[in-house]
Design a protein around this ligand. Structure first.
Ligand SMILES: [Zn+2]
Length: 200
């Protein structure tokens, strides 16, 4: 067994007082620096809120994991937040997010492209297509801008569906926020984004 030697050390009291004071003033200085930095970072990190423009990359998959759409390999999608430019489920999921964030959004039909409405399926005479060769899967734009899809071709009639192709579907998005900025006055007046990825 080793003998335990008790070592006592006497420090001059004045020196301890000085050291404590120095430590305290350094600490206060540090707090001030941290507070200022936090303020700067808050100003730099902009959150996605109403009237901000965000740039995102997204990949959309269905419930089987099949990719339905993706912005990867293309320009990112720029949009004006809070102006109903995206489906509600996307806007809700992106609210408050910042540049650099990756998120996964599961969007139910109610927050996506809606429930299927059987009333939007119609049978129209083949003649209405003016002799064009009509095939299942063809899409046409109606006079009101709505996209209709051919779902059945008969000998003298065609069945068309005006439901959104993604109606009734659960949608799975992988999203990356690339940038967030203030919208310009013009963008706010028009309700959409200008510049890269936008109109005009
Ligand atoms: Zn515009």
């Amino acid at each position: 067994m080793q003998a335990v030697h008790y070592v006592s050390e006497t420090l001059p009291l004045k020196s301890i007082g000085k050291k404590l004071y120095q430590y305290k003033s350094n600490f206060v200085g540090l707090v001030v620096v941290v507070k200022r930095l936090t303020l700067c970072i808050r100003r730099l990190i902009m959150n996605i809120t109403k009237n901000k423009v965000a740039a995102i990359h997204y990949t959309l998959r269905d419930s089987n994991g099949t990719v339905l759409d993706s912005s990867q390999g293309r320009d990112p999608l720029y949009y004006l937040h809070g102006a109903n430019n995206l489906i509600p489920g996307m806007e809700e999921g992106l609210e408050g997010r910042t540049k650099g964030e990756h998120l996964q959004l599961d969007v139910a039909p109610e927050k996506g492209y809606g429930k299927r409405d059987p009333a939007l399926v119609e049978e129209v005479p083949l003649k209405a297509f003016g002799g064009q060769n009509i095939e299942v899967g063809m899409q046409f734009e109606a006079n009101d801008g709505q996209v209709i899809t051919v779902t059945k071709v008969g000998s003298d009639s065609v069945t068309v569906d005006a439901n959104h192709p993604l109606a009734d579907q659960n949608l799975y998005f992988d999203v990356e926020v690339l940038d967030v900025r203030d919208a310009t006055a013009d963008e706010l007046a028009h309700g959409h984004v200008h510049g890269p990825g936008g109109h005009h």
